[in-house]
Design a binder for this molecule. Sequence first.
Ligand code: NAD
Length: 503
Amino acid sequence: MSSTINTGSKSDQSDASGKLDLRGASGGGMFDYAPAPESVKAPIADTYGLFINGEFVDPSSGDRFETLNPSNEETLSMISSASVSDVDAAVQAARDALPEWSGLPGSVRGKYLYRIARRIQERARELAVLETLDGGKPIKESRDIDIPLAAAHFFYHAGWADKLEYAFPGKTPEPVGVCGQIIPWNFPFLMAAWKIAPALACGNTIVLKPAETTSLTALRLAEICQEVGLPKGVVNIVTGAGETGSALVDHPDVDKIAFTGSTGVGKMIAKATAPTNKRLTLELGGKSANIIFEDASIDQAVEGIVEGIYFNQGHVCCAGSRVFVQESVLDTVINKLGDRLASLRVGDPMDKNTDLGAINSKEQLGTINRYLETGTSEGATRHDVNPCEVPEKGYWCKPCFFTGVQPSHAIAREEIFGPVLAVMSFRTPDEALSRANNTPYGLAAGVWTDKGSKIFDMASKLDAGVVWLNTYNKFDPASPFGGFKESGFGREGGRHGLAAYLK
Ligand code: NAD
């Protein structure tokens, strides 16, 4: 254990030359905790099949691919690759199950959703361990955020299942039909819950495709569907890469595609579905702004910046990856941010003290590293103040931030999807607004100020699907989430999210 303790904030760390000292309050040191490894084990099979019509089946091609632990690059299991004919079988199972499932009274569908929610709670720690092993996120996040929120999502939609007429008065809500759902790797289990729970509550049947690097918890959800006696074919899970997703998108007997992922793939799906009758909702990327006014509580705002960009290693679609700070408090914010960054623990995701775990894949690490190089080559200044030593094996990126960033720099315009922050300044609320809105994305934003009037004014003018005020990255199943512009369309959560699964 080192003996130095980071005592927290300092109002000004400029030296005589005016240069900022960003080594942290302890001069780069930090206090250490003894390791606190998670002790729960999650059994993992050597191979997993596809979940079609209530059973795990081998892929027709026999093709499998490995899923890795990104913190040590060890193979966890072999996952089935679903071919066009496997996707066809899954869609057929969902089609066959539709009349019975959609014909059940809403209260009965609700009972199944409650059962799933309770079973998630019972298996919560095991699910959290699996999520962390497969995805690299810290166990404290999987345990305290991803899995409880997923259970909450099923509880919430269980409550709606027999109240759809009240949700949409004067209408006769009917399910859309067979839904193809495609999800990314950053919140694998939570995204599965966001997709499956409202679709089931509304009487639809499902073919879900998880991301290729993080299939394990979705396959556990398939087991849970078996355990609660969900009728066969109501939920089908096909694993595989982009080709499997594409087969689902192109399948003529799918009534709706719900996609969460990158804007690039979202655009391809929009083109593929445009000439069809398929309904489409898209939850895509972002480059969200976190705006700090001089009258904000600066310590809280710095916590909000940290929560906004370093949570889940920055693998968050709504990450506050552009921070705009009012000029008069810029140096203070940068210094405090440097202190805070120096105290974050990067390392073994299975340690309960870890703040930032592993980057999800080698490919994603490569993308982040390219942006780090571009940031420097375009003239911004990178601040690497975190003193942690990361393991040799695995995919690691320590949290950092850039200052001296111009709006034209790639790191200020493009989604990096890693623990990399662009800090910029502004003088007036109008300037903050125009700079925050100057992006093709429109997913989320944060505003930090003491003034209620400024809060409401900014919130009404920011082009973002979600605006957090004096907080960041807060999620609730009752609160609709989604973007506009190139961040997609459609909402998930709340009454708005239900509408996407009803005619
Ligand atoms: P991705 O677009 O590469 O992949 C997402 C999913 O689409 C995966 O399951 C993938 O296998 C599948 N896919 C890939 N090519 C496909 C194709 N041609 N047809 C059909 N499916 C295909 O995205 P990713 O790298 O897994 O996830 C990161 C992205 O997701 C980021 O851009 C992030 O902002 C976004 N995201 C958005 C939200 C939101 O709610 N708006 C939430 C989480 C993540």
